[in-house]
Design a protein around this ligand. Sequence first.
Ligand SMILES: Cc1ncc(COP(=O)(O)O)c(C=O)c1O
Length: 420
Amino acid sequence: MTYSKFGEKFAREVGILSLMKDMGEALASGKDEFIMMGGGNPGHIPVFQQRMQQRLQKIAADEDLCRRMLGVYCAPQGEKGFLDSLASLLRNQYGWKVGPENICITNGSQTGFFLLLNIFAGEYDHGRRKHIRLPLAPEYIGYADIGLSEDFFIATRPKIDRLEEHLFKYRVDFDAIEVSEETGALCVSRPTNPTGNVITDEEVHRLDRLAKDAGVPLILDSAYGLPFPGIVFSEATPIWNDNIILCLSLSKLGLPAVRTGIIIAGEELIRLISGMNAIMALAPAGFGTFLAHDLVKSAEILDVSKDVIRPFYESKAMAAVRMFEKTLAGAPYTIHRPEGAIFLWLWFENLPISSRELYERLKKRGVLVISGHFFFPGLENDDWAHKNECIRVNYSQDEHLVERGIEIIAEEVKKAYAQG
Ligand SMILES: Cc1ncc(COP(=O)(O)O)c(C=O)c1O
């Protein structure tokens, strides 16, 4: 069978696909001793799960709610009641000038990014082409294969701040960012997957100015961030204005299966995305917005984020750092300061083997992490050694498994430094 270029694009063995397959195969192998520190699955937080269970029971017992949740297509923009409640929350809490006309639901924020990034990059009138500028690499692997045209991303290497011993932080290198006629939009995740970096308010404001001056939007991916699920351990403020496209998700609250992404943007763009929803899916799934509606209406979603979700990950992050400090003592390792999200990003400078090889060795020992080289979309042609010296570790699973995983990672890293 032959496929169009569009079909061929998805038939290729792309990074995110091989990664998901690899993890699926590891699970299917029945080797239940596999320690899963690779994927982006959020942890299971009992208080939040109970809350969702109660909500489900309430819906199940209510004929009208049940009918509305299961028996009707919602509007292509998303369920009206949820959009109204979220707009009120954002207006009341942050003074943002948003109404329901500024919000659209997508089937997961990943789908939202597919639409958004292809709206702003690719072919324009008169044969002009534009790209997405990623102001800071490493950046989320899920963007990497989203583009329907070639040369889709251009990324900028970060500045590296060495902090206390064994900690570092990436910062946006404003001197190196070029925003040109060929730039369609800027896009950055905050907190960043894979590094747990939270770009500062000042960095966001500077990027926003840069974007505004160039007449392009700044896409702010807040899948882990503010206002919810709020997995941010550093000082940071939720930021939005009519040149910022803010992307939120219910996944990292603990609802990845309901596939609910939220886009907050100018009215015109929201109409465009809603139209795309209608063409691609008739309507976005309403399940997630139904489940989360009371949390949003009462603004409790902010308290749950602050009092339940954030502390859960923060204590796990700190425990994982302590564990690495203990097990890697004596080795030349550095960790990106954990400021948010659900990962640690470890940098093994001058490691005699590549991060891919380290990943393979760890897999043989039953520990799945992700090799860092996947996370440099837009820097494919840059032979920066750093790209092959990092790994991403998800620390959100059970403590004893994470501890065992970290012991094995440390053993393999020390062995690699000693023997290559
Ligand atoms: C930075 C970032 N953005 C977006 C997504 C997509 O999330 P979802 O499609 O589950 O909303 C993820 C998922 O891991 C992510 O890490």
